[in-house]
Each structure stands twice: as structure tokens, then as C-alpha cells.
Design a protein around this ligand. Structure first.
Ligand code: NAD
Length: 455
């Protein structure tokens, strides 16, 4: 089946490349209309897969996608318009333009944590750029994957966009095909497999990967507000967010007040009295990931770390309490692996240099968050660290603006998504030079004798 779809799309890609902005906008409008008509099923599926509340699902998945569609519809004709480039000496009389041509036949592979947004967002960019697309959602968010397949089947012909469901086996089969571009969102480990497969066909890749995103809180930060924001960002989707704050580095003088405020706001946002409020607090996706979190915590505690808050979990409904761990060392897995759950390690430092060294001893993260009221400290942290993106005095929200690129660096990814950056990821920026009819360049043709003055 996969080979048949790929062949059909591969021959149709030449028809799609000539589509204009009006035709592509029509497709995006149709997609939005179909999503609207299936909203109920999407909310239900997200609730079954991850226990996402209506509000969180709306905010981080469905309205996010509407935002991407509306932004693309509004800007597509400007994005597609060839851009003029300045002249340069050897082609001083020529006109230089950049054309945006579709990459061609493309593949989108997505993870389970924001299963709707991370399929539909890239799909919007791929359609806007005029490509054919095969989408492979995650096998772990199966309810959402099934609804998305239905949506895609209702809107598109298979030779234009198709949704293929399946696990690693299906993914591997897809990766063996000579696509023109692969847009992969998932773990760093699988990102390497994707890139290796892509290399065999010299297929270009956008890789949106993971990592350990640090938070630095300086002694000059507003601790209460920082704790509120970090608790929100860490515990959204039960910590299963690629840009969730992974760990906190805090000046030693502020540790206790931060922990106090974090507990207070966690209770306020995610508890009903002493019990987790399951109407707003998500579940861990599956037993495998639940067990992984339990192992991370047990290994730390057995190795001398301390649970300062929470630390309890319930396998029957895959609920893992918001947890704080302190007194960790560099050898604990919690200090080395992406946590991707509601466990927050807290480390203290005496000088900002120490904090910077700790961040730079880890692979470059997808996000870094800095809390301080002193510009000098913020500038220092930005200058001496590296990250895919950064929020100053907030978390997560840099992802919400379609006017800026979203992506990682090195092990946290390559290339960008959202808005025009997503459109560009699925386009080839083709240089076209229109030469003038005045044959000036013959001046640099052989014989060269006596032409040195031109250099
Ligand atoms: P994953 O890498 O295990 O899986 C992602 C996709 O790849 C799935 O569709 C899966 O079926 C497929 N896959 C898994 N193993 C494969 C293999 N060996 N060969 C080919 N395909 C394979 O990731 P996940 O567990 O679904 O998601 C969590 C990870 O994704 C975290 O690391 C998180 O940080 C990252 N993530 C990144 C972003 C981002 O925008 N940068 C967003 C969300 C999640």
C-alpha cells in the first residue's frame, strides 16, 4: 500500500508544483472546515490518549493549528512571490530573484505528545508550499491518529495527502523511500535513524527533536512569578512537552522560597484539596513511559537524591504526581536523560558561571529559560549558552508566535517550523538570474591578457 501511495504522489507532485496561492488556500480552508466539523471527536481522542482537558487541548492543539492555517492563508501569496535580491558585480546588469518551489513528495513523521498539532502544523506548511504528503502519526496516540486519518481522507485525494497508521515497522518502510523532504518530530535517538535513512537518498530533513531544557533563576528574579510560570510549563500535559523546563538551576539563596512557591502554585492549579485534579492534570501516555519515570525516580533516590515534593504515582490510571527532586549528582539518570514527565530536578549554584558550565556540559537544548530582573545577567546567559530558542522571564511561549522560527540546534534538531519558516522548510529557495541583453560579461572572457585591471 505504501509503495502504491508513494508512486501516485510522486507522479502527482509535478501537478501540484504549478498550483497558485488561491488553489492552495482553498485546500487549507477545506482542511480547517473539516477540522471544525470533527472538533468533538478530536477533543475526545485527546482526552482518551493523554487525558487532555478541553481547555488545554484547545489552547495547545486545535487553536494552535487554526492559528497556523489562518496565518498561512493570510500570508501565502506574499510568501510565494519571488523575492528580488541585490545585484553583485559580475552580474551587475542582471535581475536576481529567489523562487520558492515545492520540495515535491514529502513525509511527516510525528510523536504522540501533541499528536494533533505536530501532524497538522507541518501538514499546513507542506500544503502551503505545494507538496504531496504522507503523514505517519504516532502509534501511541492511537485515538487521535485515527481521527486525523479520517480528516485527511475526507479532505484529500490519496495522491496528494495520505495518512498512514503504524509503528516502527511502517516508519522504517517509509524511510526507505526516496522522498524529496522528511519532516520528523520526535526523540534525538530516532532523529539519528531518520537522518541516516535520509542520507541514503540524499533527502533533506527537518528534525524537531528533544533534549534537556534548563531554567536558570538568578538571585535577582521574581521568585513567586517564576515558580508559577515554571509549574504551569512543567506540568502542562503532565510534563510531556518537548520544550518543558527539564530542570532548574537556582541561586542557592532562593532555593527554599522557590520550592515553597512551586508547591503552592502546583496545588492551586492541579489539585483539588489533597487529590490530583484529573480534570486538568494529564496522564502519562502509556505503561512503558510510566515505568521509565518510576525507574528514573527510584534510581535517583537509591543514589542519595531527595524527594522534596510529590514522588507518588498510580499505575492504574497512569497518574504521576508533580515531583521535585534535589541533591542529585551528575551520574543520576535524572541529570542526564530527557525527563519528559512531571519530575523537576533542582540544582543550586553560587555563581552564574557555574550555572552556565552545567548547561554547556549537556548537549545543546531545544529551549533555555532565564529568570532575572537584571538585564546584565540575562545578556550574560544568552551570550554564554546555546539553545534552539529562549524565553526570558517566561516558559514555553516563544513557540506561540508564528512570526519567529521554532526549532532546535544540533542534538535538539535542525531546521525550523511555523509560519514562513515552515513554508520554507518544505520549499526549495531557487535562485534565478535574468541576464540583461547587453553582453557586458564578454569583458571577462579569454584571452585574459591586459584584463588584470578588472580584478
Ligand atoms: P519517538 O522518536 O520515539 O517517535 C516519533 C515517531 O517516530 C513516531 O511516529 C514513531 O512511530 C517513529 N519511530 C519510533 N522509533 C522509530 C524507529 N526506530 N525508526 C523509525 N521511526 C521510528 O518520539 P516520541 O516518544 O513519540 O516523542 C517524544 C520525543 O519527541 C521527545 O524526545 C520530545 O522531546 C520530542 N519532541 C520534540 C518536539 C519538537 O518540536 N522539537 C515536539 C514534540 C516532541
Amino acid at each position: 500500500m505504501i509503495a502504491r501511495i508513494f508512486a501516485a504522489q510522486n507522479s502527482n507532485k509535478y501537478n501540484l508544483r504549478t498550483t497558485n496561492s488561491k488553489e492552495r488556500i482553498l485546500k487549507l480552508e477545506k482542511l480547517k472546515k473539516e477540522i471544525k466539523s470533527q472538533e468533538d471527536s478530536i477533543y475526545k481522542a485527546l482526552s482518551k490518549d493523554l487525558r487532555k482537558s478541553y481547555f488545554e487541548a484547545a489552547l495547545t492543539e486545535i487553536y494552535f493549528v487554526y492559528g497556523e492555517i489562518d496565518h498561512a492563508i493570510k500570508n501565502l501569496s506574499a510568501w510565494m512571490r519571488p523575492k528580488s535580491a541585490a545585484r553583485f558585480l559580475p552580474n551587475i546588469l542582471a535581475k536576481n530573484k529567489l523562487y520558492y518551489e515545492p520540495k515535491g513528495s514529502t513525509l511527516i513523521i510525528a510523536p504522540w505528545n501533541y499528536p494533533f498539532q505536530l501532524v497538522m502544523g507541518p501538514l499546513v506548511s507542506a500544503i502551503a508550499a505545494g507538496n504531496t504528503v504522507i503523514v505517519k502519526p504516532s502509534e501511541f496516540s492511537k485515538y487521535t491518529s485515527e481521527v486525523m486519518q479520517q480528516i485527511i481522507n475526507n479532505v484529500f485525494n490519496e495522491n496528494e495527502v495520505a495518512c498512514v497508521l503504524g509503528d516502527v515497522e511502517v516508519s522504517t518502510e517509509l524511510l526507505g523511500l526516496p522522498f524529496d523532504h522528511i519532516f520528523f518530530t520526535g526523540s534525538t535517538q530516532v532523529g539519528k535513524i531518520v537522518m541516516e535513512a535520509a542520507a541514503k537518498n540524499l533527502t533533506s530533513c527537518t528534525l524537531e527533536l528533544g533534549g534537556k531544557s534548563p531554567v536558570v533563576i538568578t538571585e535577582n528574579a521574581d521568585i513567586e512569578t517564576a515558580a508559577h510560570k515554571i509549574a504551569w510549563g512543567k506540568l502542562m500535559n503532565a510534563g510531556q512537552t518537548c520544550i518543558a523546563p527539564d530542570y532548574v538551576l537556582i541561586h542557592e539563596s532562593q532555593k527554599d522560597s522557590f520550592i515553597g512557591a512551586y508547591k503552592k502554585f502546583t496545588k492551586e492549579m492541579f489539585y483539588n484539596g489533597d487529590n490530583i485534579n484529573t480534570a486538568v492534570y494529564g496522564k502519562i501516555i502509556n505503561e512503558k513511559n510510566f515505568d521509565r519515570l518510576v525507574d528514573l525516580l527510584n534510581e535517583a533516590v537509591d543514589g542519595g537524591a531527595r524527594v522534596d515534593y510529590g514522588g507518588k504515582f498510580q499505575k492504574s490510571d497512569l497518574t504521576f504526581q508533580p515531583t521535585i527532586v534535589t541533591q542529585l549528582n551528575d551520574h543520576h539518570k535524572l541529570s542526564k536523560e530527557e525527563i519528559f514527565g512531571p519530575i523537576l530536578p533542582i540544582y543550586t549554584y553560587k555563581t552564574l558561571e557555574e550555572a552556565v558550565t552545567k548547561i554547556n556540559n549537556q548537549p545543546k537544548p531545544l529551549a533555555a529559560y532565564f529568570f532575572s530582573q537584571k538585564t546584565k545577567e540575562i545578556n550574560y546567559l544568552i551570550k554564554y549558552t546555546s539553545a534552539g530558542g529562549t524565553c526570558v522571564n517566561d516558559v514555553l511561549l516563544h513557540i506561540s508566535n508564528p512570526n519567529v522560527p521554532f526549532g532546535g540546534i544540533g542534538p535538539s534538531g535542525m531546521g525550523s517550523s511555523h509560519g514562513v519558516y515552515g513554508f520554507k522548510a518544505f520549499s526549495h529557495e531557487r535562485t534565478v538570474m535574468f541576464q540583461s541583453n547587453i553582453h557586458l560579461t564578454k569583458m571577462i572572457y579569454p584571452p585574459y591578457l591586459g584584463k588584470e585591471w578588472l580584478l
